[in-house]
Write a protein that binds this ligand. Structure first.
Ligand code: MN
Length: 303
């Protein structure tokens, strides 16, 4: 099943199931079950006990064309966005990083940085480098603390894609990756039965006509179960939490006017525009510090 968050005519978040080229509105199925009205319907669904499929309920709501929907971030209000730094060896190599995830642990991105597919990433500064990082992300459907590796997938509601937009330099990761709009996520939550095994997924990222990232998710240093297990040993996981698994080689600079697209097998297509409108001079001085990304982009392929 593919679930989508989108905006209704009243600009409120709604929850839909994708059927063909239509969205079936199931918002009332989950809101009738209770839950705080301040939560998005997606998060209400994820917070309900029991099976996701049963909780979605009957597909007898209003249908609207998918093409005309105003898509929202797949979880508009995640409790946390947990991210893996340096979780592919080829990315470690291109960044000339001494360490990978088993020395670095995980970090947090501000939840206010989430952006819908189709949105615009706003580069905040005129004088800093910004890169794209295409990633597989997991949406948590069940709370857990100190989850065992072998139980970790029981906590997964589904998979989606995430762009971990990044300012290069020496500032803390939580600063460099948390600007508003720096976490495009979606377009759908795809349940594990339909998404398939992450080890069989292929991840590709384009910037304009260049294919920059083309990777097998099985090359993750810490795979999805290990990452969930570890993250849950640091912080209790809650329904709606997003865990993004890290980026493979092929990061590169993005600029005003670019279009960035991520595709992962069975998960659809996440696409955003990039703009520097409103950008100002950077007030912090980390530009010359931190890991050194490749100077030039070497695309895997150009159209
Ligand atoms: Mn990343």
């Amino acid at each position: 099943m593919r679930l989508i968050s989108y905006l209704g005519d009243d600009d409120e978040n709604r929850l839909g199931v994708i059927e063909g080229d239509e969205i079936v509105d199931v918002t009332r199925n989950v809101s009738a079950e209770g839950g705080r009205a301040s939560l998005s319907p997606m998060r209400m669904l994820l917070s309900l006990p029991g099976s996701l499929l049963e909780n979605v309920g009957a597909l007898d709501g209003e249908r609207i064309p998918l093409a005309s929907a105003r898509v929202a971030a797949v979880v508009p209000d995640p409790p946390k966005v947990i991210a893996a730094p340096v979780n592919y060896r080829d990315h470690q190599a291109e960044m000339k990083e001494d360490f990978h995830i088993d020395a670095l642990g995980v970090f947090l991105k501000a939840t206010s940085s989430v952006l819908a597919s189709g949105g615009t990433v706003l580069l905040p500064y005129t004088d800093r480098r910004f890169d794209q990082e295409g990633e597989l992300a997991v949406v948590i459907g069940r709370s857990g603390s100190h989850v065992a590796v072998e139980d970790a997938l029981d906590h997964v509601a589904g998979y989606t894609m995430l762009l971990d937009m990044t300012m290069r330099g020496g500032e803390d990761r939580s600063t460099r990756k948390s600007f508003d709009t720096f976490t495009p996520v979606g377009p759908y939550l795809v349940t594990p039965d339909e998404a398939g095994d992450p080890n069989d997924m292929r991840l590709r990222t384009w910037v304009n006509d260049d294919l920059r990232q083309d990777a097998d998710v099985r090359d993750l240093i810490w795979d999805v179960p290990r990452l969930i297990s570890y993250a849950s040993s640091v912080m209790t996981l809650h329904p709606g939490d997003i865990i993004t698994t890290g980026t493979p080689a092929g990061i590169g600079q993005i600029a005003d006017g670019d279009r960035v697209v991520v595709e992962i097998s069975n998960l659809g297509r996440l696409e955003v525009d990039v703009s520097n409108r409103g950008a100002v001079a950077c007030p912090t001085k980390g530009a010359t510090r931190g890991p050194k990304p490749p100077e030039a982009v070497t695309p895997v392929r150009t159209r």
